[in-house]
Design a protein around this ligand. Structure first.
Ligand code: HPA
Length: 276
């Protein structure tokens, strides 16, 4: 078996197991980034399973990530919710980081909702705040599509003109407005981490047009567009990026800050799901 065949076989095994857990067939998958973990307690959970029980599925090591897959219902719509993702900085190869996206594609997911915590570069006078991702910058990072193309998932050279679905962006804006939640819209720059950026890197990213910076989301969004999924993404801007804040950056600050805005973040995602 080639590496590609083994990878596809592993995807199929995970997907078969997840499909066997319930007779619901969700078309929406939500990734619960920092601060969004609460969403699991704010909706009806039909079934939950640890990643370690899913054949072939990786196990996440990042702090604040539950390592669980939930089958849930939001506004009458069945959804898969992933409590924890796989970051490149944890040492996974890029195929493992995006493994779950391909499992979701096999399961028939059409919409991927990505959430994360990010550092703010944009004019953000108060943190935490929320930002709808309208595009990204990631050309310094390894592509999840590198290597033999997975033809059963998508084409060799996928268009990236609209990674974040334009209709979803306006539904997110309308959802925030109806809930009275102030929200920004901007460009997310992906860095591999795990170290935070230097002030010089943040100045460079700002000149390139970035509004926020973070260590996740982009590989998954790229893999999802390759599979033909529609993607929506929201960042919780948990801190001012390096050089823009007075004190040093810390993971504790990110978690505390993401927690402060998690009610608004969860309500926004629920409202969005009810409208799509
Ligand atoms: N940089 C990168 N990733 C992050 C940050 C940051 O400032 N805050 C939360 N995730």
């Amino acid at each position: 078996m080639t590496d590609k065949e083994a990878y596809i076989r592993q995807i199929e095994q995970s997907a078969e197991y997840i499909a066997s857990l319930s007779d619901r067939r969700p078309e929406i998958c939500i990734v619960l980034g920092s601060g969004l973990g609460k969403l699991a307690s704010m909706c009806d959970i039909i079934r939950e399973v640890s990643y370690s029980d899913i054949p072939g599925f990786p196990v996440s090591t990042a702090p604040g990530h539950a390592g669980k897959l939930y089958i849930s219902e939001i506004s009458g719509k069945p959804c898969y919710m992933l409590g924890g993702r796989f970051h490149y900085y944890e040492g996974y190869d890029i195929g493992t980081v995006t493994f779950y996206v391909r499992v979701m594609a096999k399961l028939g997911i059409k919409t991927l909702v990505l959430t994360n915590a990010a550092g703010g570069i944009l004019d953000c006078s108060e943190v935490p705040c929320l930002m709808i991702i309208e595009d990204h910058i990631s050309f310094l990072a390894e592509s999840p599509l590198r290597g033999p193309n997975l033809d059963t998932f998508g084409v060799r050279f996928p268009d990236q003109s609209h990674v974040y679905d334009p209709e979803y962006i306006s539904i997110l804006e309308d959802s925030a407005k109806s809930l009275g939640i102030g929200i920004k819209k901007g460009i997310y720059a992906y860095t591999k981490g795990p170290q935070y950026e230097t002030p010089a890197e943040i100045r460079a990213l700002r000149m390139l047009g970035a509004d926020a910076v973070g260590m996740s989301t982009v590989p998954e969004a790229v893999a999802a567009t390759h599979c033909g999924m529609r993607v929506a993404a929201v960042s919780c801007i948990s801190n001012l990026a390096a050089g823009l804040s007075k004190g040093p950056l810390s993971a504790e600050e990110v978690i505390i800050s993401a927690d402060k805005i998690s009610d608004a973040d969860c309500s926004l995602i629920k409202e969005f799901i009810s409208r799509i």
